[in-house]
Design a protein around this ligand. Structure first.
Ligand SMILES: Nc1ncnc2c1ncn2[C@@H]1O[C@H](COP(=O)(O)OP(=O)(O)OP(=O)(O)O)[C@@H](O)[C@H]1O
Ligand SMILES: [Mg+2]
Length: 211
């Protein structure tokens, strides 16, 4: 399975979800490749920190952008069980390339109007990518959602109206465990003190994405 975690909106939790999904799959025994398609290299920096802290990352990470991303991912697809591609928060060559080779696009979205409006741009990119990559599945997930209140539901309804991208029933609430775990090179699954809710949400996301 080739998964791209993408959104032309920045700071929505792409890298956070990409590394958490990578670790979840790798610890379930999958041979996993994490592709950092963002020139800022946050996923690689995280992986380096992780390898230093834990002795090994448990997955392979490489940086690839633009046309190389497309050709390399194609070549590496049969060497790994799963490939997860993290991209930057803009309309980049890496994002477009990833969309042409991916099975699934996961779009993290925060329950804020600016973030939801920006989804139209993603929907347009999905339409374009499907001309080449017919079977591309596109799903959005509410990330950094409020613990309660009506904003989540309002956002979910707005996302539901966007054609070409389905919205997952499961959301990820804004929880300290995500940045705290990341600061130590860990996924929420490995973090102490254990945040059972964060783990439950991440596990639900894994199940919804890797079908
Ligand atoms: N569910 C969450 N709960 C709490 N904090 C979160 C959550 N998801 C992401 N964050 C925090 O939000 C910030 C942005 O997350 P992240 O870097 O993963 O976003 P991004 O979409 O990859 O950003 P960029 O577009 O710059 O690549 C980080 O500080 C991260 O720790
Ligand atoms: Mg990022």
């Amino acid at each position: 399975m080739i998964l791209v975690v993408g959104n032309t909106k920045g700071g929505v939790g792409k890298t956070t979800l990409a590394v958490n999904l990578a670790i979840a799959r790798a610890s379930a025994g999958r041979d996993l490749l994490l592709v950092d398609g963002d020139e800022q290299g946050t996923a690689l920096t995280f992986t380096q920190l992780r390898a230093e802290r834990l002795g090994q990352a448990g997955y392979t990470a490489v940086a690839l952008t633009g046309a190389a991303l497309r050709s390399q991912v194609r070549q590496l697809a049969n060497k790994y069980n799963d490939i997860i591609i993290d991209v930057g928060g803009r309309d980049t060559g890496a994002l477009r390339a990833a969309l042409t080779v991916a099975d699934t696009l996961l779009v993290p979205v925060q329950p804020r109007s600016f973030d939801v409006w920006a989804l139209d741009q993603m929907a347009a990119l999905v339409v374009e990518a499907r001309e080449i990559n017919e079977g591309l599945r596109a799903v959005a997930i509410l990330n950094g959602a409020d613990p309660q209140g009506g904003d989540n539901n309002a956002a979910l309804e707005m996302i539901d109206d966007i054609k070409g991208i389905d919205v997952l029933a499961t959301s990820i609430i804004r929880r300290k465990a995500f940045p705290n775990a990341a600061a130590e090179g860990r996924a929420v699954l490995e973090h102490t003190p254990r945040d059972a809710k964060a783990i439950e949400e991440l596990t639900a996301l894994v199940a919804a994405v890797f079908v």
